[in-house]
Design a binder for this molecule. Structure first.
Ligand code: 13P
Ligand code: SF4
Length: 322
């Protein structure tokens, strides 16, 4: 152990209050960078070197000159970092941090889906496994999906996977017919429409900000739809003083920091559950972050042939993204 502090476990992990300093010391020692998604716990966001949406995090992972990337997000995001930077060590604090969208699209079932549509171009949302990326022609994120689809030839049939809600939104924005894989995100499908309507009644001047992974009946209430970063920028640029936010509530931490004078309300899950928080994103903790920097495990490893196949559609996305 490189940091002398009160310890909270037999593993040598410092006490919770000492973790930010201990992590900073280990980070310097390992020449590491901490990348975090907006859905991480606020205390992780506060010590990250960079916070962003999926596209921004991919760009950052490709550009960093750190030797070690600690990815505070979910597995597919850390995989993208490894695909783009194979020479770097990529750590994920909890390997169990998956994603229902990635899990709902197994590589063998996807191969069959493609085989049934041989003339289609395959556009896959970045929320999928490396094995599915390796079978795709183009990767997109929620921030560039509409723009990328609009750049494809008008007569080109397209398969879109794995998020049917994002796919339907892309269809509505681009006017293109997409053949959709039937996946969805448990978090974005859980928001209570009744809870949203109550918030709108209580705050009639509030703007409704929504992520395109939400179902159509919720998007119908939205004033603005976009990726996590786009929602954050909108909360800063809009003249509105109140916002109802239809995405994982981790983003509210950055919104409140960016515009402290404005009010933000999260939409509850159906039945008043707290399932509007992503259970996978929230598996990462400060303790696990410290532990992975201390032990340099768990790492993301990947077969090189698979990495190269998955790299091509990601590179295409980065080239086509404006
Ligand atoms: P963003 O790319 O908008 O950050 O979305 C990632 C995600 O997993 C949303 O559930
Ligand atoms: Fe996956 Fe949904 Fe969690 Fe995003 S919020 S990582 S789409 S399960």
């Amino acid at each position: 152990m490189v940091f002398a502090a009160a310890q909270n476990t037999a593993s040598g992990c410092p006490a919770h209050r000492d973790l930010p300093e201990a992590i900073a010391a280990l980070k310097r020692q390992r020449n590491a960078v901490i990348l975090a998604h907006f859905y991480q716990e606020p205390e992780i966001q506060d010590i990250a070197d960079f916070i962003g949406d999926s596209l921004e995090l991919s760009r950052k992972a490709a550009a960093t000159d750190a030797e070690v990337i600690v990815f505070c997000g979910v597995h597919f995001m850390a995989e993208v970092a490894k695909i783009l930077s194979p020479q770097k060590t990529v750590l994920l604090p909890d390997l169990e941090a998956g994603c229902t969208l990635a899990d709902a699209c197994p590589a063998d079932g996807f191969a069959q889906f493609r085989a049934e549509h041989p003339d289609h171009l395959v556009v896959s949302y970045i929320n999928c496994s490396a094995a599915v990326k390796a079978q795709s022609d183009l990767i997109c994120t929620s921030s560039n999906a509409v723009d990328l689809v609009n750049q494809l030839p008008a007569d080109q049939p397209i398969l879109f996977a794995p998020d049917q809600n994002l796919g339907r939104w892309v269809q509505s924005q681009s006017g293109r017919e997409l053949t959709l894989w039937p996946g969805s995100c448990i978090v974005h499908e859980t928001f209570s429409e009744q809870g949203l309507l109550q918030l709108k009644l209580d705050h009639p001047k509030a703007e409704v900000l929504a992520h395109p992974e939400c179902q159509q009946h919720l998007l119908d209430h939205a004033d603005f739809i976009g990726s996590t970063s786009a929602l954050l920028r909108r909360s800063e640029a809009s003249a509105a003083q109140e916002f109802i936010v239809l995405t994982e509530p981790g983003i509210l931490h950055q919104m409140r920091k960016a515009v402290p004078g404005k009010a933000f309300f999260e939409v509850p899950g159906a039945d008043g559950c707290s399932c509007n928080a992503c259970p996978y994103m929230r598996l990462n903790t400060l303790e696990k972050l410290w532990q992975c920097l201390e032990s340099m495990e768990p790492r993301i490893e990947m077969d090189e042939a698979m990495r190269l196949r998955a790299l091509a559609p990601i590179q295409k996305m980065l080239e086509m993204s404006r």
